[in-house]
Design a protein around this ligand. Structure first.
Ligand code: PAF
Length: 288
């Protein structure tokens, strides 16, 4: 017989007054608060963010909001996976305190007319080159999530490495007083980075997908061994393209500033990749 779960369903807030009431109660006598911003369709990668949040603060709020402002008109806003019931069950099992789930009209009411325009890491020539609308939408919603819930700390996955740098910079620049913490990429057994969009992959494309991590690891090992960047990236590019991907970029960047680097002697290096297979776009990165 299955064990009956004793975990309590988290409170769910759909409106700002409900969110503020719930947060005031959770905070009580100054309990620390962590926020995990998500767009739902939760997988083990998200749950690892929740567990890190629980280690960093007494109370944890998870936001679930598919943010229209970060999708271009041709992108997958309408088909983006929405799995509310399963998400609530997973967050219940993790012992999350509160779910913040506003409708788009609460986040962006009629007449809403302000959008952040981040530069610095948001203009590094990586995701922003392919998805120019993306970081303005992310920075705007994350800024709103921070000011709505006023957490002490917020957890973001390193899988979206450029996004992590953008929100870190934004929180600092706007004096939001939220400590942004990055969490390591969580992978499937074959190395594919977990992502809500992996469900789009056909069986054939799913079988090819781990090549991205394999190539990143191989390139990082060769760079650590002192090989020249150009040859390493050239070989990595061929392997990814031969596996059936259309490559958006495979680049070595400074791990903090995201500026282009030619050798690991120029500072801590991160290798970042984005590639499309069929209609699915995957991103990944590794430390060198
Ligand atoms: O990484 C995501 O899921 C989203 O970009 C975020 C940070 C929740 C903002 O909508």
């Amino acid at each position: 017989m299955p064990l009956k779960s004793t975990a309590r369903r988290p409170r769910v807030a759909h409106t700002l007054p409900a969110l503020h009431r719930a947060i005031a109660e959770l905070r009580g006598r100054n309990a620390s608060l962590a926020l995990v911003p998500t767009m739902g369709a939760l997988h083990d990668g998200h749950l690892s963010l929740v567990r890190l949040a629980q280690r960093r603060a007494k109370k944890v709020v998870v936001s679930i909001f598919v943010n229209p402002a970060q999708f271009a008109p041709h992108e997958d806003l309408s088909s983006y996976p929405r799995t509310w019931k399963e998400d609530v069950a997973k967050l219940t099992a993790e012992g999350v305190d509160l779910i913040w789930n506003p409708a788009a009209a609460i986040m962006y009411p009629d007449g809403f007319a302000t959008r952040l325009a981040p530069v610095g890491p948001a203009a590094a020539g990586l995701e922003d080159r392919i998805r120019p609308h993306f970081f303005g939408g992310v920075a705007t919603v994350v800024c709103k999530l921070f000011t709505q819930s006023r957490p002490d700390v917020a957890i973001f996955g390193e899988k979206d490495y450029q996004q992590l740098k953008v929100v870190t910079q934004m929180s600092r620049d706007l004096d939001l007083r939220v400590k942004v913490v990055g969490a390591p990429v969580v992978r499937e057994r074959d190395g594919l980075a977990m992502s809500s969009r992996n469900v789009y992959l056909s069986p054939e494309h799913r079988a090819a997908a781990p090549v991205l991590f394999k190539v990143l690891k191989a390139c990082a090992a060769r760079l650590r061994a002192g090989e020249a960047l150009a040859g390493v990236l050239r070989d990595g590019t061929s392997e990814v393209t031969n596996a059936g991907f259309a490559l958006d970029y495979l680049e070595a960047r400074h791990a903090e500033t995201l500026a282009p680097v030619a050798a690991s002697s120029e500072g801590p290096m991160r290798l970042l990749i984005a590639a499309r297979i069929g209609s699915t776009r995957l991103i990944d990165n590794v430390k060198v």
